[in-house]
Design a protein around this ligand. Structure first.
Ligand SMILES: Nc1ncnc2c1ncn2[C@@H]1O[C@H](COP(=O)(O)OP(=O)(O)O)[C@@H](O)[C@H]1O
Ligand SMILES: [Mg+2]
Length: 406
């Protein structure tokens, strides 16, 4: 048997075993996509779903794999391969793509497209989206056998998952909490202008754990501070819960921060002359709907440590007090800037576990780190490079803090 025949049979077998085991369409889709990407390798994969909120029906990326940022991408239902496959419910495969195949897919400009495979995703009889796979690894053509495997993937999804609202919903993008469009930040020092953020487009989804990853100096903290209202952008649009905060006055910004954001920094910034519980009570008294400070300490597993002063606690314990302090005011979103950078491995894991539990309970968390291992915990990893987003990747199966090692 040829290699291509073997990988085709292997992928068939894996898909046949995995998809019936998935608990819903979303999981079936993610698991199947993992198998396809692992066995055949593609440079890019995009899952599209129809967005009917506007006047015109368009398809938008629900998630994607690969080094590009599709936050603002959309695709009309007519005139290109994605729309055709979605409406026609039949897969298409192309090797040696010319512009007639990629027409209307503006996000592909700048990418040399060698081959494309597009398969419909269906729940029962309803088409709920489609998957676009771009550029076979190594440049090899997609074979007829491989095309058949991918086709079968779409068919398996529709066989095992019935048409119902829950499944349809699960295909849709989670509700968006914050949006950033073309965010730029310049620092001016005399005649010298430094462009620190050079046009950032990204959404923050409600309830997600987002990691901002990148080398030191690439602009992660600057972006986080703009999200948190500690700093403002030089230009661009920032919205939170549908409200525009692009050009906020100081008063509006203070209110935004106070009502919505909990911060955690590398340094714990606890008041040294106050006990743990006093550090929390101090914040609780400044906020209307605050959490009971004792309950907040329980959430980070520091019950019984309330009367300790910061100097009587380990770094990990102090950082957990600072997490509790961020939780006290019941924020919409927690922003954490390298929260474990000053900690050893074991206490880092304790701190990450405390954060992981809050995400499981529904909290939205945006965390800056340069630790690739920690990024495995995120639902989405936003990689930054000198002031721009270089890629956005979904983690279909986020790792548990306890499973990390470095
Ligand atoms: N107040 C400032 N004035 C001038 N340059 C700044 C200022 N703050 C940050 N920078 C520069 O912006 C770049 C990005 O900084 P930062 O967002 O802190 O990066 P990261 O968090 O990714 O390490 C760095 O090169 C830094 O020197
Ligand atoms: Mg930083």
């Amino acid at each position: 048997m040829t290699d291509s025949k073997i990988s085709y049979l292997k992928a068939m077998k894996r898909l046949n075993a995995a998809i019936p085991e998935a608990k819903d369409l979303q999981e079936g889709l993610q698991t199947g996509l993992d198998i396809i990407l692992e066995d055949f390798g593609f440079e890019y994969a995009v899952v599209w779903y129809p967005d009917k909120s506007g006047d015109m029906e368009v398809l938008r990326p629900a998630y994607w794999v690969g080094d590009f940022n599709l936050t603002t991408a959309e695709c009309p239902l007519e005139g290109n391969i994605v729309g055709r496959v979605f409406t026609g419910r039949s897969s298409e495969m192309h090797n040696n793509c010319d512009s007639s195949v990629t027409e209307g897919l503006d996000f592909l400009s700048g990418i040399e497209v060698r081959n494309l495979e597009c398969i419909p995703v269906a729940a029962g009889y309803d088409a709920v989206g489609c998957i676009l796979l771009i550029n076979r690894a190594g440049g090899a053509d997609i074979t007829e056998d491989e095309h058949n495997v991918m086709d079968m993937f779409g068919i398996l999804l529709s066989m095992y998952f019935d048409d119902n609202d829950a499944i349809y919903e699960s295909m849709h993008r989670r509700s968006v909490l914050a949006t950033m469009r073309d965010i730029r930040k310049d620092y001016r020092n005399g005649d010298i202008v430094t462009h620190v953020l050079k046009g950032v487009d990204v959404d923050i989804h409600e309830g997600e754990f987002m990691v901002l990853l990148g080398e030191s100096g690439c602009g992660k903290s600057t972006l986080l501070n703009i999200i948190g209202g500690i700093d403002t952008a030089t230009s661009g649009t920032f919205t939170f819960k549908g409200e525009d905060y692009s050009n906020p006055g100081e008063k509006v910004l203070t209110k935004y921060r106070k009502e919505n954001i909990g911060f955690i920094f590398q340094s714990y910034n606890l008041m040294p002359n106050m006990t743990a519980i006093q550090n929390l009570k101090y914040i609780a008294e400044l906020n209307k709907d605050s959490l009971d400070p004792e309950d907040a300490l329980n959430l980070v597993k520091l019950d019984g440590k309330g009367d300790n002063y910061p100097s009587q606690m380990s770094g990990g314990q102090q950082q957990r007090v600072s997490i509790a302090r961020a939780l006290v005011k019941q924020p919409q979103m927690i922003l954490a800037d390298e929260p474990t950078a000053a900690l050893d491995y074991e206490t880092s894991i304790e701190v990450l576990q405390a954060l992981e539990e809050r995400v499981a309970a529904g909290m939205t968390l945006v965390m800056v780190t340069h630790n690739e291992e920690i990024a495995r915990m995120a639902n989405r990893v936003i990689r930054m490079k000198s002031g721009v987003i270089s890629s956005i990747k979904i983690n279909p199966h986020p790792a548990k803090a306890a499973d990390l090692s470095w």
